[in-house]
Design a protein around this ligand. Structure first.
Ligand SMILES: [Zn+2]
Length: 331
């Protein structure tokens, strides 16, 4: 079994390591899976395994004895590996044109040029069409590693040209272990693991950047304040959230864990709660609502997420959600 220093995704690592080992590389791979599940991390490790000077099926480990290529890949300054990500929320045609003119040239050092293109669902239609041309007739030395957390949004023509590597969330034990290895106290590791829902990237980010946990705390506090607020306060919040497009899914996801926890406590299953650090508050909340109210709130949230993904006007969907939030029976 190859050691790529990747948390989880064993089968994918084995599959990719084998194709490196026997030299059967495709020209294009598409890594799919939920946000922050580790798609780009795996794509980067794969690129490193392809480019590594040692020619085994795994990249060099550690900074000290890594080959010069792996060192520079880790520092983001290896000339034959480029990472393309959305600028201002979209991947634009100019970015694909730069990629194409770069791809047309021979590699500067190794046998391959590798391009990682993150979140291809963000490509504008002209950019996606241009990218398709490269996927149809890639120069022999080019390998494209695409990522997408919305497989359903990728063009079928793009999907059909790629080897698809579908990633699932890592197990909770793997995530908790990874957090503890990186110095998290057991209680903190357990909380972050539960909040991560299997998204390794989120868990490691939250450990490294405490402000992410502060934001999550703020989102929960805002939810609690909203339930006791009147219509104008609720609509004001919906308006402001609708303008922070990037925060909508995370906020609603956190609210969903909250209502789910309240419901678990109401149904006598407190061991399963996600928001472990707020057990006392959750227990108080469980007394303030009827279970039907909480179930309704959870259903409303799911429907709102679904509507926004289906491109319903976010402001409208959030207005409806905010107005329908339950009021506590005893405030
Ligand atoms: Zn190496």
């Amino acid at each position: 079994m190859s050691n790529w220093s990747i948390i989880g995704h064993e089968w994918a690592v084995n599959l990719l390591a084998q194709s490196v080992a026997n030299g059967r590389l495709s020209h294009a791979y598409l890594f799919t899976g939920p946000a922050q599940v580790g798609k780009t991390t795996l794509a980067r490790a794969f690129a490193q395994a392809i480019l590594c000077e040692r020619g085994s099926d795994e990249p060099c480990h550690g900074a000290d004895d890594a080959c010069r290529t792996c060192q520079r890949v880790a520092q983001g300054r290896y000339p034959d590996l480029q990472i393309i990500a959305a600028e201002k929320n979209t991947i634009q045609i100019e970015q694909v044109r730069v990629l194409q003119s770069d791809a047309a040239l021979s590699p500067l050092e190794g046998r391959f040029k590798v391009f990682i293109i993150r979140e291809i669902e963000r490509a504008t239609p002209p950019a996606a069409n241009a990218l398709l041309k490269t996927l149809e007739e890639p120069p022999p030395h080019v390998i494209l590693l695409l990522t997408s957390h919305r497989r359903d949004l990728a063009l079928p023509t793009v999907l059909s040209r790629c080897q698809i590597v579908g990633l699932r969330p890592a197990s909770l034990e793997q995530i908790q272990g990874a957090l503890e290895t990186r110095g998290a106290a057991p209680e903190q590791a357990e909380l972050l693991t539960r909040l991560s829902s299997g998204r390794v990237g989120w868990a490691l980010d939250a450990l490294a950047h405490p402000e992410l946990m502060q934001t999550r705390g703020r989102h929960i506090d805002e939810l609690l304040a909203l339930t006791t607020d009147g219509a104008s306060g609720r609509l004001g919040y919906a308006e402001s959230l609708s303008r922070h497009t990037d925060a909508i899914e995370e906020t609603l996801g956190q609210w969903a864990t909250w209502w789910r926890d309240v419901l678990l406590i109401q149904s006598g299953n407190p061991d399963g709660v996600i928001n472990l650090d707020r057990r006392v508050q959750l227990t108080q909340q469980a007394l303030l609502y009827r279970p039907e109210q909480v179930e309704g709130a959870l259903a409303d949230l799911m429907q709102t997420v679904h509507r926004i993904k289906a491109n319903v006007n976010a402001r409208l969907a959030l207005d409806v959600l905010a107005l329908r939030l339950p009021k506590p029976a005893v405030a």
